[in-house]
Each structure stands twice: as structure tokens, then as C-alpha cells.
Ligand binder design. Structure first.
Ligand code: C2R
Length: 179
């Protein structure tokens, strides 16, 4: 099960270890990676999720290499109240689509630039889902990872006024030239 993390510091320190936690600790957002080699790409997500007040957990669970582990994480997340899944993968990036096949929660896919095609392969693998199994696909790499955090916040802002306020505040900062 994904462990809840609220700061970039503790996420980075423990994010490759799946820890047993109670249902209470299941985060609102679960970030899944195809490999620990994808970790640098998501670093920019942590401060954004923190500022939006969203709890999150990071798990390495490849659909190709660890399908049973992936299934366990998704089921535990659903049971514990996870609201959005973000899946990041490079090369033949089936992970986000497989996640979308296992849950009815929104899935955001982040293509990672790994291998000789520099993310174009991952982009097409993630964006070209067949009808009925959507993956909201963002840009390749760290810009996409940051947008995945922003998109998750906008989704949750629909029903959570605190998140909506944080999203508005961030938009105003961007308008003033912030990043
Ligand atoms: P390694 O660095 O572990 O060899 O992984 C990962 O996301 C990574 O970018 C190379 C790349 O393979 C990707 N990967 C997938 C999946 N599992 C691993 N696309 C999957 O299940 O889709």
C-alpha cells in the first residue's frame, strides 16, 4: 500500500519502499512509477502537492514487471479513499493504461523521456488509449509531472474548497510571473 507523505523530504527518502500502513494513512493521490529510474522526473511534483494540501504516496510498481504489486496498491488505495492516481513511465509506457483498467478513479499519465526515442514512445503509449479507458495525458518529463500535480489539484478542487483556494492562489502567483 502507498504510504502517505506530505513533504518532499520524507517522500524522497522513502519513496521506493512499499510500507504497510493503515487505511487511515492512504493518501488522496497515489503516484506510480514504472521504475525508480523515473524518480528525478517527479521531484517538481512534491512542492506543488504540498502547497495544494494534498497528501500523496509514491510507489514503484511496473505493470510489466510487477503486475500483482500494482494491483495490490490500486486496490488498497481505492479501499482507503485515494481519489486520483498519477502514473509515470517511459518507453512502452503501459502503466497508466493498466492503472486506468483497474480503477474508475481519474488517472493522469506522465510520459517519461527514457530510451532512444526520448519520450515520444511513452507519449503515444499513454495518450492513445482506446475509447472507454481514459488517461489524462500531460507533457513529457518534469513539466508534465508538475502539470499532473496541478491537474490532480484542479480535479479535487471541484469538491474541496481548501484545494480550490490553493489552486486560485497558485494561478494568481503565475499571473504575477511566478513559477
Ligand atoms: P529501467 O530504468 O528500470 O530499465 O526502466 C520505466 O518507467 C522506465 O522509464 C526503463 C523505463 O521502463 C519504464 N517502464 C514501463 C513500465 N515498467 C517500466 N513503461 C510499464 O509497466 O509500463
Amino acid at each position: 500500500m502507498a504510504e502517505q507523505k506530505t513533504t518532499a523530504k520524507n517522500t524522497k527518502a522513502k519513496n521506493t519502499k512499499a510500507k504497510k500502513t493503515t487505511v487511515k494513512q492512504v493518501p488522496r493521490v497515489i503516484i506510480l512509477l514504472g521504475s525508480k529510474s523515473d524518480l528525478p522526473v517527479i521531484e517538481g511534483m512534491y512542492p506543488l502537492l504540498d502547497r495544494f494540501g494534498l497528501s500523496y504516496g509514491v510507489e514503484v510498481a511496473s505493470a510489466h514487471r510487477q503486475p500483482e504489486k500494482l494491483k495490490r496498491i490500486i486496490k488498497a488505495g481505492e479501499k482507503g479513499g485515494t481519489e486520483v492516481f498519477i502514473a509515470c513511465a517511459g518507453m512502452a509506457a503501459h502503466l497508466p493504461g493498466v492503472v486506468a483498467s483497474m480503477t474508475a478513479k481519474p488517472v493522469i499519465g506522465v510520459p517519461v523521456a527514457a530510451g532512444p526515442m526520448q519520450g515520444f514512445d511513452a507519449l503515444l503509449s499513454i495518450v492513445q488509449m482506446p475509447p472507454g479507458v481514459p488517461v489524462a495525458t500531460v507533457a513529457v518529463g518534469s513539466a508534465g509531472a508538475r502539470n499532473a500535480a496541478c491537474l490532480a489539484a484542479r480535479m479535487l478542487a471541484l469538491k474541496d474548497s481548501k484545494v480550490a483556494e490553493a489552486v486560485e492562489k497558485y494561478r494568481k502567483e503565475l499571473a504575477r510571473g511566478g513559477k
